[in-house]
Write a protein that binds this ligand. Structure first.
Ligand SMILES: [Zn+2]
Length: 269
């Protein structure tokens, strides 16, 4: 009988080795495929569009632009971007990818493990995902990150996405807003404290800073979008829009907040 056990063990070992070989083969061919995609020359047309529409990209050094382009290719290769009842062109896709890269530009390895697809809606939508306007309805959403049944999905309204990249310096960019929620989510919870980006010893003073600024907003003593006082998560997303859209003004008006965000995102704009 002991021989039978040996035979079984031998077969089991064989199966394990075979599975390891298959897994390594799949992972290698995936890496190879990705390397081929990233090696591709970046389209001149796309480069022109980025230069025209995305100020963050325009202000980068030549070397950093190359890095930005590689991350665009990686985003395109790993995430689906689809229009729902609306046509989307390369420009829209580039704006989506740019929104995701800008806040995490200092972290070249980061590529949103929690995102599978981005859906572009023809307009802002209500809580039932309807874009139709009807009388008496006031609340419309310009972007959203999916939870539970919509996990891995980001929804962005096309006109609102475009408005974030209209070239003027403001503090609204729905693309950046939603991707900051997703960065916040990578520690498991969207709570305004992205734990992988903020040192433990800083969490307390960051929460204190949020509270103090919310107080100023409530009293009408701040130019930050009042939507920020909804909760800590919205606060982080709203001030990040301002930080990336209009860094000079944000730094001038909110020196301490600027320092916190600069520390969180590892960027001094
Ligand atoms: Zn939000």
């Amino acid at each position: 009988m002991p021989e039978l056990i040996y035979i079984k063990l031998f077969i089991l070992l064989g199966i394990v080795i075979l599975l390891v070989i298959i897994a390594r083969y799949i992972s290698k061919s995936k890496q190879k495929k990705l390397a081929t995609i990233l090696d591709k020359a970046f389209s001149e047309k796309w480069r022109g569009l980025l230069n025209k529409e995305v100020r963050f990209y325009r202000q980068l050094s030549e070397q950093d632009k190359k890095q930005f382009e590689k991350r665009i290719l990686l985003f395109f290769a790993t995430k689906k971007i689809e229009g729902v009842d609306v046509d989307i062109d390369d420009n829209i896709k580039l704006m989506v990818a740019a929104s995701s890269i800008i806040p995490m530009f200092a972290f070249p390895e980061f590529n949103y493990p929690n995102v599978r697809q981005v859906l572009i809606y023809p307009d802002s939508f209500d809580e039932k995902f309807q874009t139709k306007r009807y009388k008496g309805h006031k609340e419309f959403i310009s972007g959203m990150v999916g939870n539970r049944f919509m996990n891995g999905t980001v929804i962005l309204s096309k006109p609102d996405l475009i408005a974030g990249f209209d070239g003027s310096r403001h503090q609204h960019n729905v693309g950046i807003h939603e991707f900051v929620h997703l960065i916040d989510e990578t520690d498991g919870i969207i709570d305004g404290v992205p734990k992988q980006l903020i040192e433990n010893s800083y969490v307390g003073s960051w929460l204190h800073e949020i509270k103090a600024e919310m107080h100023r907003i409530e009293k009408g003593k701040s130019d930050i979008n009042p939507y920020a006082i909804t909760n800590n998560a919205e606060f982080l997303a709203v001030v990040s829009e301002y930080f990336f859209d209009n860094p000079e003004k944000f730094k001038r008006k909110h020196k301490e907040l600027y320092a916190y965000l600069s520390k969180i995102f590892h960027q001094d704009l």
